[in-house]
Write a protein of this length. Structure first.
Lengths: 116, 116, 116, 116, 116, 116, 116, 116, 116, 116
């Protein structure tokens, strides 16, 4: 489902960040909806993630039961296998549950100098 | 009381953060209630902290008299002995007392690269 | 438990507001702690509410199970019967539960002109 | 699905507000998810809205296609017919679509003095 | 260009607000671009403004030279003649020019009670 | 120095607001610079204030010694005698001097309904 | 100690506001320092309050023990007897004590139309 | 179109930042307008970018269809070839599209010590 | 006057921060009051600073004339000689004087790894 | 015009920051006023900058035409030659001109460890 396009400036390490503020999935334990923000930051190699397909990809989790820790790594794995970036980070921030909010951050590859 | 579950992605160092904004304990000197926020950040090894048990664990301090400096280290010690993380940080932020607010931060282990 | 002192300026309608940001009680259904802010606004007649006794009065709810709607009216009733104000308003604002936050507002008497 | 409980203080006009920040439905035109906040404010007569049932009621719209203007009035109608309040207001605030954000506000009954 | 749809709840006065944060036109004096936010608030009679056509209508000003005071009234006139609302307000807020920012507000009709 | 242009929509009462955030004059007592924000709000009759001439007019105070209370009324008088509005308000907000900040507000005429 | 100067525009009702953010006095019970903000808003008749003398007047409370409710009315009384305003309001906002912050508001006279 | 002027202090590495908050271009896919902020940060060698020409240069994109990733690198390339800086960074931040906002960051050269 | 207690966790480097937002002293030149915030951050060795004695210690400066630069170092010296920390930082932030605000930061010892 | 006083604690590297939020000069091209904030941060050697003389020094630019890039370096040079600091940084932040705001940062010397 995720689509890519050719990196228009492949000879330069530059940083791309997409923030999806309207993410929702289900809690696998209670079936209750979870709400959060998904931030994808990466330095592309040959391929960039196409924005609309990213939106549709993230919508697939709408009615799927999956834990915070797991979903963050699953999104990272799916994106890495699709666009093979030099470096990528996925961060999910979740709204309050039981008086607690959570943030999960996973990375693939060594961060280039542009990532400070 | 603290429960754990198996880290679903043990081969990757990723960062987990839980922020409990509704923490309260008692001042051991005056018996007056203290209010604060407890932030737990860690990189798991084999085990992750189960969220609901973390909530219940933190509620145990509700009617217990304990100093800021002590409670921060006690929470860190309890969590470390339960889930044996690669790295963990506990930070407590307290509301104003006598015109002063306090923040205590304690860590266990060396912070991996994902912690910047 | 609530104490009062003589209004030092009884011939003028003036507005007094106390905001207790560290309020906690228990949910009567689940036994889980609730957290909120209690705002008391009033125009005194002969008596003012003594601040320290107000703090201690509010602490009494710490381990008591009581619903949002009820507690707001109970606090208003207790304060009104203690200091007989010209007008009084009690507002409770609660932290997020199940993705929802609540605010309850109850008043006693007709608001004088100073209350705009 | 909506449940009620007996108003514990029926002889006083007081204001109840519930803000559900995690609301989502579907756009009936495009099938794309909409995200928003639903605020319910009311002065109860004999019955109050039970919070958990309100949460579950609002979750029913998760996979239902309905326009902003319609959903606001539908929620108001459902709540009014369930708890017969003296006055009720429903406001929905929606996230940005096509560079625009929307807010819809509908009311039932004449606002009592407590609503300023 | 502006399109309408039948008001789904014509028997109730309710308030609709659309905020377009990405508005741009040209200064008729200097030809330089102006940037602003357009807020439309109205109580519909028989017809509601269709959102996508509102977006396209506002984009028509992108390369048109027109003064702040004029554009606000022109938008109001166009919308009123299209959807014949019970009441409508158009407000434009402009970014800083020469160290000054401007806000223009125009209304059509008497505001109903829902507009407080 | 102040210039005007013909009100393009003289048959409707609409509200115009200009906020000049970069105002400076001198304290007549100490010769030290004062800094503030000048907000002009008005409902035009036949004439509107031209923005660039308003900017230049306000710059005239740059090296002039004048008190807060006086300057607010002087600006109002000058603008009123130039454009004869249905209603006008001038508000000046000043930065901190001696630990105090000041706000002065003066009006001309009765506020029409559009001013709420 | 409070000084006045002749109102430069006595024929117009205009609003003057001074906000002293650096106010401190002592608690008469404990001797501990209190900290707050004092806001004076008034419509002058013949006399305006001179700013520097207002600053020095407020500094007099630095080492004086006086309750919140009392000090607000004392400041109002002193200012009213010095400058005989058409209307005056004094509001004091206090920093947190025992988890509570307080705001006291007292007025003299009927608010003119400029006070909305 | 971009103009330069001689760096007035060429013997010192110092940091220059210009933030254009009113940038707009077109989406090459849909023809719809995009809105964003362009931040240029650089350490000059012999030449500085003239501000007004930078404004006019950025306005050229107003009716041009170009992707986020491309435009960021194009602006960087144009500026680098015009003023040959020791180091330069271009960052574009875009408003929400499809519930997502994006930030693209590209650099030329090694950042000197002044860039921390 | 400053009191200490035994560090309850001396075998771990952890960070303690106290922020006193209600600090006041006198300007030695003009005798006018200064207002500021004092932040103390430290990693304890054997001894921790007792909070109430810290509050009383800081109140000693209330009627003492001392410059910003001096007071910051004096507080640091007094605290270091009392509790002999591994590392300590004192930062004072002052409110606006003559249109300028100041911040002074002094440290003792090398910052351990916990201080990032 | 700039005056100094002997560093009261010359044996310790500590950081001094003064922020002048009320800076104004003239644009040498158009003669129009520029407004900004000047931040001076330094680690003193033998001499500290006297605050009142710094204020008067900065006021000298009020009616002087000078470019952003130039003024930042001129202020740094003047301060360095007056007080010979171990390290000094001058940053100027300017209000919006033509839809763009600018920040210029220049330094003298190598930053000591206290500057993080």
């Amino acid at each position: 489902m995720l689509e890519t396009f050719a990196n228009p400036h492949p000879h330069r390490d530059y940083l791309i960040e997409h923030v999806a503020r309207e993410f929702t999935s289900l809690c696998p334990k209670t079936g209750q909806p979870d709400f959060g923000t998904v931030t994808v930051r990466y330095v592309a190699a040959e391929l960039c993630v196409e924005l609309k397909s990213l939106k549709l990809y993230l919508q697939q989790f709408r009615n799927r039961g999956i834990f915070y820790e797991d979903i963050t790594n699953v999104i990272l794995n799916d994106l890495v296998s699709t666009c093979r970036p030099r470096w990528m980070q996925v961060r999910t921030r979740w709204t309050v549950r039981g008086g607690m909010r959570s943030v999960i951050t996973a990375e693939h590859g060594e961060p280039p100098g542009i990532v400070r």
